[in-house]
Design a protein around this ligand. Structure first.
Ligand code: HSE
Length: 299
């Protein structure tokens, strides 16, 4: 009647797939303890590691959990303890980790009445609370693992994409907080046809590269002509970090989700480590505090 859940960090957008593409990390994430209780509803009894509300309606795990309960014929409730390691506003899917961990664990304890697609829909309610937009590009990979494409939002259509085995992510988090809602406000609502052509060329290239395990194609496709030019101004030393990543062998580098974390993808752990070392050096030199992670992409 109790389950321990690993709630992975995720990288949304992956440069060319704003709001549609995302990936889950294998070894970076939160933990959650969920237990079935008689008292109906969702009861968040503990949040460790970060200052987050315990009220069900104000906590993304609570809101996602309530969305599941509403569709379920279970009449009891759940207690949730959250052990947060992912900082809110870091750009690696902190809210998605909480929302998906809750609904994943509850579904397990109820013997899996809901499909992955349904779990994504419940977890999207948590994203809506966090950022005013029910985007799926963090919650879908957190539920499915690996890379996912949200081909359509209405109706919701999630396409899991295979992950080449040697693909590793390096993520550096300059220690500032950027709210997704704020970093969406600076975006334009229209794009030029010229940039559209570049962007969907790259998105198709990246997806093809992942299927073909063609690391060079993956690298060539990791470009963002639409969002990065606008959002990179919010991130200290973004261009220096990106240059250092590419010079040290990363396949590509860009903003993780809505930032401020910056991600790089590399072939092999050794390359990912060299990238980590050298981008950390950039922040050491310009005096920015940071946290850096290396992880395989989950399968
Ligand atoms: N696609 C979303 C955005 C992800 O970039 O705003 C937020 O993590």
């Amino acid at each position: 009647n109790e389950i321990k859940v690993f709630c992975p960090a995720t990288i949304a957008n992956v440069s060319c797939g704003f709001d549609v593409l995302g990936l889950a990390l294998e070894t970076v994430g939160d933990e959650m303890l969920i237990r079935k209780v008689d008292k109906p509803g969702i009861h968040i009894t503990k949040v460790d590691g970060q200052e987050l509300p315990l009220e069900t309606n104000k906590n993304v795990a609570g809101v996602a959990g309530l969305a599941l309960l509403e569709k379920s014929n279970y009449h009891g409730g759940f207690e949730i303890e959250i052990y947060k390691k992912i900082k809110p506003g870091s750009g690696i899917g902190s809210s998605a980790a909480s929302s998906t961990g809750a609904v994943w664990g509850m579904n397990e304890l109820l013997n899996n009445p809901f499909s992955k697609l349904e779990l994504v829909k419940f977890a999207m309610q948590g994203e809506k609370l966090a950022s005013n937009v029910a985007h799926a590009d963090n919650v879908a990979p957190a539920i499915y693992g690996g890379f996912t494409l949200a081909r359509s939002y209405n109706p919701l259509d999630i396409v899991p994409i295979p992950t080449p085995n040697a693909l590793f992510a390096t993520v550096i988090h300059p220690q500032i907080e950027v709210k997704t809602s704020d970093s969406r406000k600076i975006l334009k609502t229209t794009i030029s046809l010229e940039n559209g052509i570049k962007q969907w060329g790259n998105l198709g290239g990246l997806v093809a590269g992942l299927f073909r395990e063609d690391y060079e194609l993956i690298g060539r496709s990791l470009e963002d002509h639409i969002i990065e030019p606008l959002r990179s101004i919010l991130i200290p030393g973004f261009h220096q970090v990106k240059s250092a990543a590419i010079e040290n062998g990363a396949l590509g580098c860009g903003i993780s989700g809505s930032g401020p974390s910056i991600f790089a993808l590399s072939k092999g752990e050794e390359n990912a480590q060299r990238v980590a070392l050298n981008i950390a050096k950039v922040y050491d030199e310009i005096g920015v505090d940071y946290e850096v992670h290396i992880s395989k992409i989950s399968a």
